[in-house]
Design a protein around this ligand. Structure first.
Ligand SMILES: Nc1ncnc2c1ncn2[C@@H]1O[C@H](COP(=O)(O)OP(=O)(O)OP(=O)(O)O)[C@@H](O)[C@H]1O
Length: 622
């Protein structure tokens, strides 16, 4: 492509990460190398979509070539494969920015996330947007000839690289707007010169791209090889499960089939179509602030934007993939407009309802599938009652928790819990903590175990926020077993073993008084416990106070907390307490501190002075 007008080619070094990426990619993706075509076709289609979008404002960009297309040409003698589009194209700066650097933060994470497992890494590549470089898996050199729509032919740019560390850039006039990517195939890659093979790859990965992908045959005739229609616009009756699944894969690159899809056409004075998928597996970036998840918004088949700001669905449903295609939004809809749009609000609330209803159905009809859903996305769903109070009860019905019921493996719903609560039980009991093991072994559960009253065990950080916002379910309040004055009022099995008021004796009362004195203002109160059966003491916080786990989380997040002093509860029946009460010369100061310290530890807390604790314990053991 030499040209007299062309400047001498300039050489640019790739950013260091690009070189690293190229190396890794060539080695780890070799067995999946056909995906390079998917990546290049998808870039070409994106470029066509972007042009369509820009042309809404400025029709002249379409020049005299308004019909978007992607074409693939093979030159067997030259051993080249060319993917071209008539999309937006790139100017010189775009080329340098896009094809020489890894500008996007996702790419560094891709490098970190590479597992060495070829299948998984191949899947990652699309999600991270490092697609273009995959051309070097099969090519020993690649050239990109491109011109930005709206600029003159002499603004064409030619980029060339052998993928070894540098690329060259020169001016190269181009009549046709858009981009042509030409791969010179490496030794042994002849299969990608075969049209049958190319056809098959396009159908596998790009069948549902909504514009025609054409392949040039031996006679130079163009043949459209994909379906080239927007799947979501076809009548449901004509779409097979396989079509839906394939479309999902093309949209997300997720190799796992989705658990569910919801395809709805809404007609009337405001019409739109939505196709929503509930994936089976959790994507790598679900909990990252700049997650790539989100629905795609189309207006009359024109791709407008990815809904990164969670306007179409709230954040707690960000695992849902798919699209909304509106007939009534203006084509030039902006992000700002989306923030305040009644139609969007309506689409959003209807979509939330569809997703929640479908999850309810899944939970009811197919427990196994729901369990898969829950293990992938349960944690995200728990954000629901906090973010969307209007649907809190509905979301709460979908939540699953570990509990003291059964052997510990399974999870229970709040409805299950209520169905087997004891007669007269007026609260849903729960305990939060740092880990499942810690909550399961907490002394707070002792009396509940003895009476066979079920307690929900909450060990995820989000659980603290959840219970702070979900105060009741089906009219029954949730209550922490580690807070306040416990009053089980003869509830549960064998209540006779434990009277409502803890039974103390005079010496124990006196001991409690001495412990109170010894601990001074480290505690707000010392009292006899009705919670404990096996442990000598435990810590309790007030009903209106933050639980200990929540206090730790808030402190870790840098919050100043008002000084809160816990209550120390003593088990009057415990042998240590009985012995201390009977003894005249036991060092009560030491024992009081030790009881407080061990209660803090059992609650998953940290001691201010761990060495002091160990010395104290050794002295008492000595
Ligand atoms: N055919 C093309 N026309 C116009 N721009 C392109 C074309 N191919 C690539 N680009 C530009 O180069 C950038 C980098 O492409 P690359 O395939 O590496 O990542 P991506 O397309 O952004 O991400 P993903 O692969 O996830 O879609 C693109 O974002 C786009 O701006």
């Amino acid at each position: 492509m030499s040209n007299n007008d062309a400047q001498a080619a300039e050489t640019h070094e790739f950013q260091a990460e690009v070189r690293q990426l190229l190396d890794l990619m060539i080695h780890s993706l070799y067995s999946n190398r056909e995906i390079f075509l998917r990546e290049l076709v998808s870039n070409a289609a994106d470029a066509a979509d972007r042009l369509r979008f820009e042309a809404i404002q400025d029709e002249s960009l379409l020049e005299d070539d308004p019909k978007p297309r992607v074409s693939i040409q093979v030159d067997a003698d030259a051993r080249t494969l060319t993917i071209s589009d008539n999309g937006v194209g790139m100017n010189r700066e775009d080329v340098i920015d896009n094809l020489g650097t890894i500008a996007r933060s996702g790419t560094r994470r891709f490098l970190d996330a590479m597992t060495g497992d070829q299948k998984q890494d191949a899947q990652l590549i699309g999600q991270f947007g490092v697609g273009f470089y995959s051309a070097f898996i099969v090519a020993d050199s690649v050239s990109v000839h491109t011109r930005r729509a709206g600029e003159s032919a002499d603004q064409g740019v030619l980029w060339r690289s052998d993928g070894k560390g540098a690329f060259t850039l020169e001016q190269a006039p181009r009549e046709q707007r858009g981009t042509a990517v030409t791969l010179h195939l490496a030794e042994g890659q002849d299969e990608f010169l075969e049209r049958q093979r190319l056809r098959q790859i396009v159908r596998r990965y790009s069948d549902h791209i909504a514009l025609p992908i054409e392949l040039e045959d031996e006679q130079g005739e163009m043949e459209t090889v994909n379906q080239a229609s927007a799947l979501w616009m076809r009548p449901k009756s004509e779409i097979s499960d396989e079509d839906y699944q394939q479309f999902y894969q093309q949209l997300t690159y997720d190799p796992e089939p989705p658990l569910e899809w919801l395809h709805n056409k809404v007609e009337g004075n405001q019409s739109y179509t939505s196709l929503l998928y509930i994936p089976a597996q959790r994507p790598f970036d679900l909990f990252e602030a700049d997650t790539q998840q989100g629905l795609r918004l189309y207006v009359r088949r024109v791709f407008i934007m990815e809904d990164r700001e969670n306007r179409l669905l709230p954040r707690y449903l960000r695992f849902v993939r798919g699209l909304v295609d509106s007939d009534d939004l203006p084509l030039n809809v902006s992000r700002e407009l989306l923030q305040h749009n009644r139609l969007i609000d309506r689409i959003r609330s209807a979509s939330v309802k569809r997703v929640l209803d479908s999850l309810e159905r899944m939970a009811r009809d197919d427990a196994e599938r729901y369990a898969r859903f829950w293990s992938s996305f349960g944690t995200v769903l728990k954000e629901g009652p906090v973010e969307d109070p209007g649907n809190a009860e509905k979301v709460a019905g979908l939540l699953r928790f570990h509990s003291t019921h059964g052997d510990g493996g399974q999870t229970v719903s709040l409805a299950d819990y209520l169905a087997r609560r004891h007669e007269g039980q007026t609260a849903i009991y729960y305990l939060t903590g740092e880990s499942l093991a810690a909550v399961r072994n907490s002394p707070h559960l002792e009396i509940f175990r003895q009476r066979d009253i079920e307690v929900l065990l909450l060990a995820e950080p989000i659980d603290e926020w959840l219970v702070a916002h979900l105060s009741e379910y089906d009219g029954v309040p949730l209550q922490s077993v580690a807070k306040g004055d416990l009053n089980l009022d003869g509830l549960g099995d064998s209540p006779e073993e434990k009277p409502e008021q803890p039974e103390t004796s005079e010496p124990v009362d006196a001991l409690i008084g001495r412990i109170r004195e010894a601990l001074g203002d480290q505690v707000s109160e010392v009292r006899a416990s009705s919670r404990l059966t096996d442990s000598p003491a435990c810590i309790v916080v007030g009903d209106d106070e933050f639980g200990l786990n929540m206090q730790r989380m808030l402190k870790a997040a840098g919050h100043e907390l008002p000084q809160q002093k816990p209550v120390l509860e003593i088990n009057p029946q415990h042998s240590i307490i009985e012995r201390l009460a009977a003894s005249d010369d036991a060092p009560i100061d030491e024992w009081a501190t030790l009881l407080l310290e061990q209660s803090v530890l059992m609650d998953g807390g940290r001691l201010d002075d761990p060495a002091g604790f160990v010395r104290r314990m050794n002295r008492l053991l000595d």
